[in-house]
Write a protein that binds this ligand. Structure first.
Ligand SMILES: [Zn+2]
Ligand SMILES: [Zn+2]
Length: 294
């Protein structure tokens, strides 16, 4: 009886369309209220190729203006504790979202052209992703999709002209059966509704193991991901944006991008809601646009 009442109460509470999806206290159409939005940690000091955070940022909202040049200078001089290294529109490049590249990408460029990952994986994004992935709370997919769309459109205003379709990272069939839905697709469909980009789910499938990535060591992950994807649709000539919920080592997106590039995709860019910071943030390098082998 009590369990019944609790379940009904929770259902009513979480499905309330007008409240903030996180704190439930403010009127925000089921998305994030301004107070919760301000808790998001922006991934401002990101490598344009792999989105690795080159410095752990303090919480900063999208609304605050950033200065790329002064941020770089401050960071390199070691005087700025929270450098503002990258921002759209201020540092022009081919996709409009900056030109900072990490040393790893200079030495060994990824198969994808660029990565947009607007937030650092920490509260509240970790909670949002956890609830979406492990508690079947699909309303968090809506919120994540809205947040990602907002940031991508801000950083890449010509997205719709530059990309043909969005491809959510597929789950293996066994994992899909177990979870009942693909969290990347749940984010993707809302990103699609906000950007107008079509979602493509039949292009590629996952053929790899079903063991949870989070349980595997970093090095083992790379080995397991080899040939984990099979392109079954026609990728030739398509300009693709791959979407995952969280980008950790980048191995999953690299493997998928590599498979799609080999299948003839015209360009592959990647995006995710949040990036896991490395134990030691790499030193950024400012490169000329012409030096980027996009
Ligand atoms: Zn809130
Ligand atoms: Zn990089």
């Amino acid at each position: 009886m009590i369990a019944d009442f609790t379940a009904k109460f929770v259902q009513k509470f979480i499905s309330s369309p007008g409240r903030c999806c996180l704190c439930q206290e403010s009127d925000s159409y089921g998305l994030l209220c301004a107070a919760c939005d301000s808790l998001l940690m922006a991934n401002n000091a990101a490598c344009v190729r792999c989105a690795v955070p080159m410095q752990l940022n303090v919480a900063r909202t999208h609304a605050e203006p950033l200065s790329a040049a002064s941020g770089v200078a401050g960071y390199l001089a070691g005087s700025d504790p929270a450098p503002e290294l990258i921002h759209s529109g201020e540092v022009p490049d081919s996709s409009g979202h900056g030109n900072l590249v990490c040393t790893a990408c200079i030495k060994n460029p990824p198969s994808y052209r660029s990565a947009i990952v607007p937030y650092i994986y920490g509260f509240p994004v970790d909670f949002i992703i956890h609830e979406l992935k492990y508690s079947s709370r699909l309303e968090f997919g809506r919120m994540a999709g809205h947040l990602l769309a907002r940031e991508i459109l801000r950083l890449w205003p010509t997205l719709k002209e530059d990309i043909d379709c969005v491809v959510p990272v597929p789950l293996s069939l066994s994992r899909l059966r177990e979870r009942g839905y693909n969290q990347a697709f749940e984010i993707c469909r809302w990103l699609s509704s906000q950007t107008g980009l079509p979602v493509e789910t039949r292009l590629v499938s996952r053929t790899g193991h079903a063991e949870s990535q989070t349980r595997l060591m970093r090095q083992v992950r790379w080995q397991n991901l080899e040939q984990a994807f099979q392109v079954s649709g026609k990728a030739e000539g398509l300009r693709l944006l791959l979407l995952d919920d969280v980008m950790s080592t980048g191995a999953t997106l690299e493997s998928l991008a590599s498979a799609l590039t080999a299948a003839g995709a015209a360009s592959v860019d990647v995006c995710a809601l949040a990036r896991t910071p490395p134990p030691v943030p790499p030193v950024p390098i400012m490169v000329e646009e012409s030096a980027l082998s996009l």
